[in-house]
Ligand binder design. Sequence first.
Ligand SMILES: NC(=O)c1ccc[n+]([C@@H]2O[C@H](COP(=O)([O-])OP(=O)(O)OC[C@H]3O[C@@H](n4cnc5c(N)ncnc54)[C@H](OP(=O)(O)O)[C@@H]3O)[C@@H](O)[C@H]2O)c1
Length: 248
Amino acid sequence: MVTGASGGLGEAISVELARRGADLVLTARRRELLVDLAARTGGEVVVADLADRLDVDRLTEEALGCDVLVLNAGVGNDGPIREATSDGADLVIDVNLRAPIQMALAFVQHALDERRRAAVVTVGSLSGIVATPNTRMYNATKFGLRGFTLSLHQDLLDTPVHASLVAPGFIRDAGMFADNDIDLPPGVRTKSPQDVADAVVRAITVGGAEVFVAPPELRAAAKFSGLLPGLSASLQRRLGVAEKTSGR
Ligand SMILES: NC(=O)c1ccc[n+]([C@@H]2O[C@H](COP(=O)([O-])OP(=O)(O)OC[C@H]3O[C@@H](n4cnc5c(N)ncnc54)[C@H](OP(=O)(O)O)[C@@H]3O)[C@@H](O)[C@H]2O)c1
């Protein structure tokens, strides 16, 4: 099962998994896009809104029949602090954190009960390591998803089930970063949706706690920023990051 399969990175992940012979369950809210994709990849379409708890319960039941769960769906609709609302915060928590946690826990427990091999992959972000201005709920949920997945990874060591986090940096051509048309500082390199799909395949087949999809220099900068958030904030201020992210 791939969540957020209706576009962006989820579509690329689904196409790659189908190419490798997976029988897919494709899920998101936009039925027409899922039906179009299913015509290319085969598989079942399940329309569900991850902000709707009844839909998440239904989707979780559906996921129990799968061998692999790719929790890719995500939203990033932050913006200037004075425009923030608690409803907006709830939506990001529901989609990026609550739904994937509910689905992953039920999926893993079911596979352990059945003593069968299974893999759960969550799609995080470098925003799970480094905070930027105007992205507070996206950061909050991606930090949280990273902590959840890395702990779950340890809980599952020595079992036939594994959990891995795939953490993309800036992805060109498709997905929320490409759609937002944000200018990157000079020299910052991007990766492709296919790179993300390949990383998901690696996470499913090899396991490992965390698979990054970012050039080495960006990965290093993210880790450094995570260790020294004050210095990172000063550098980002000099680079004018707040102006670039204020329209998200
Ligand atoms: N693109 C990047 O550069 C980048 C970088 C780092 C991490 N990521 C992560 O990669 C994942 C995929 O992002 P993307 O770039 O492909 O974004 P995207 O193009 O905006 O796609 C998001 C997907 O999530 C689904 N979704 C959104 N809200 C939903 C809801 N309430 N219920 C069910 N599905 C919902 C959307 O489908 P519907 O609208 O049809 O529901 C869509 O398929 C996200 O977790 C994101 O945080 C992306």
